[in-house]
Design a binder for this molecule. Structure first.
Ligand SMILES: NC(=O)c1ccc[n+]([C@@H]2O[C@H](COP(=O)([O-])OP(=O)(O)OC[C@H]3O[C@@H](n4cnc5c(N)ncnc54)[C@H](OP(=O)(O)O)[C@@H]3O)[C@@H](O)[C@H]2O)c1
Length: 196
């Protein structure tokens, strides 16, 4: 089975890549740099070029999606738009264009802030919540399965973001990677796999 993995060079993407390769999949990696295929998921034309270059795949797995982290009082209108473009519109576009290229499943990334808010995380919360609502809605309209993985902070990311997530129990990133396997190999659709 051929899988297109977007964001494969990151903390989460690296673990998903490892797990999928261990399971014998042919994984094509994509990101802005350092992958098999260059893509910027905030640019619809770049997503189109990626799919045209890669061709038909059984599954699309997304481990990319950036949002600004700022106190609510410091957020500019543009920061909100950037967060929606970076994590919501980008992943919706992976599915929208992917309908023509992906035969089996889409697995998107959200995060714990959709259900457990933190200071400075307003845009992350709204982006994660929007992607989760989209996944439930898309699942009843498309023939491919569509799921999201919604993890808490990874043990591997505590050094970077640990102060923000005081009192949150981190999980090994591999647990989130396993949820991608569940989404790709399973039969469920419209599911949000909460990890931690
Ligand atoms: N880290 C955590 O503890 C944690 C917990 C819960 C949820 N999450 C979510 O998981 C996702 C990945 O987090 P991470 O910590 O693995 O991030 P990361 O280490 O920064 O990796 C991000 C990956 O996405 C790629 N990427 C970023 N922007 C892109 C774009 N516009 N187009 C294409 N590729 C892009 C990056 O490569 P290039 O920069 O080369 O493009 C990289 O491969 C995020 O949405 C995050 O909110 C993370």
């Amino acid at each position: 089975m051929r899988i297109l993995l977007v964001g494969a060079t990151g903390t989460l993407g690296g673990s998903v890549l490892e797990v999928l390769r261990e399971r014998g999949y042919d994984v094509v990696t994509a990101s802005r740099k350092g992958s098999d295929v260059v893509v910027d998921i905030t640019e619809p034309g770049s997503i189109q070029a990626m799919y045209e270059r890669v061709g038909t795949v059984s599954a699309l797995a997304s481990c990319a999606g950036g949002v600004p982290w700022l106190p609510f009082g410091e957020l500019r209108h543009q920061d909100v738009l950037d967060g929606i473009a970076g994590k919501v519109v980008s992943q919706v576009e992976l599915v929208r264009q992917g309908l023509a290229w992906v035969t089996g499943s889409f697995t998107l990334i959200t995060g714990v802030l959709a259900r457990d808010p933190l200071r400075t995380g307003a845009v992350a919360a709204l982006a994660n919540g929007a992607v989760e609502a989209f996944v439930r809605a898309a699942a009843i309209e498309v023939t491919q399965r569509v799921n999201a993985v919604s993890p808490t902070i990874f043990t591997e990311s505590v050094e970077l973001y640990g102060d923000l997530f005081a009192g949150f129990e981190p999980v090994p990133v591999r647990r989130a990677a396993s949820a991608y396997v569940r989404s790709i190999e399973g039969h469920q659709t419209g599911r949000i796999y909460e990890i931690g």
